[in-house]
Design a protein around this ligand. Structure first.
Ligand code: NAP
Length: 253
């Protein structure tokens, strides 16, 4: 049984209406944190996340915004700090494959949407959060992907590239902020069963991933959330610029 090691900490999780973000909000709530449950359009699901956090004795708030937009990112960070009294942890989890499309057919508009959804959003949230994190020697955890390692497949090359940018950003930002006592790390999930795959993967593709995963099963959102909880907590204080792969062995370096 883990302790409530994040008691008194203010943790903002982007994209927490469903999937990995929801499981992360619940895990950090279990650890005693005040949780900022951010969402873009899935309001009922975000309310359910917050309810599940409250059940675990946590406090928290809902935050709505399209994080491709600079003003939304600014408002989300500012509202969170107003509600929570500061910021200790930012989890840059919001993201989406948006749509599968081969590079040869990809309109520039779709390219930009994928980059903005997965990379610009994390840059904007980091930028808006740095002054608050500096004040508390806080931490940033980016959620990129196994696709950043493999290049993705079936029309996901630009999604994979956006996650690759986020992986590199994790290292560059970690160097920039470590002197201020802000740690930056990341997780790279493998194939995790969330609404993401209901939208973007066929049952056959998922079965193929399962067969190729040494552990013999696909991932659960909680498998990733536990690692994010570790990165946010006191046992990870000397970890900087690191990505932890959470993929059941599907990809090993
Ligand atoms: N599932 C996997 O196998 C897997 C593998 C590797 C990496 N990842 C990454 O893990 C993260 C979470 O994925 P998931 O599987 O949990 O997906 P999910 O259940 O579809 O959740 C995605 C979250 O991101 C939010 N979001 C999407 N576009 C947004 C935007 N423009 N602005 C603000 N929020 C936005 C969604 O908000 P609303 O629904 O409220 O609009 C939702 O809360 C993503 O970054 C994804 O790329 C997932």
């Amino acid at each position: 049984m883990l302790s409530r090691e994040l008691e008194g900490k203010a943790c903002l999780i982007t994209g927490a209406s469903t999937g990995i973000g929801r499981a992360t909000a619940i895990a950090l709530a279990e650890a005693g944190a005040f949780v900022g449950v951010h969402y873009r359009g899935s309001e009922a699901e975000a309310e359910e996340t917050l309810r599940l956090a409250f059940v675990r004795g946590a406090r928290g708030c809902l935050l709505k915004g399209d994080l491709r937009r600079e003003e939304d990112a600014r408002d989300v960070a500012a509202l969170f700090v107003r509600e929570a009294g500061g910021m200790d942890v930012l989890v840059n989890n919001a993201g989406s494959l948006v749509r599968r499309c081969k590079v040869e057919q990809m309109p520039l508009e779709l390219f930009r949407e994928i980059m903005d959804t997965n990379f610009t959003s994390a840059f904007l949230m980091a930028r808006e959060s740095i002054p608050h994190l500096r004040a508390r020697k806080g931490t940033i955890i980016n959620v990129h992907s196994i696709a950043a390692r493999t290049g993705g497949a079936n029309g996901a090359a630009i999604y994979a590239s956006a996650k690759g940018a986020l992986a590199t950003f994790t290292i560059g930002l970690a160097k920039e902020l470590a002197p201020d006592g802000i740690r930056v790390n990341a997780v790279a999930p493998g194939v995790i069963m969330t609404p993401f795959h209901e939208r973007f993967s066929t049952p056959e593709a998922l079965e193929n991933f399962r067969r190729n995963t040494p552990l013999g099963r696909l991932g659960r959102p909680e498998d990733v959330a536990g690692v994010i909880r570790f990165l946010a907590g006191p046992d990870a204080v000397f970890l900087v610029g690191e990505t932890i792969d959470v993929n059941g062995g599907l990809f090993m370096r």
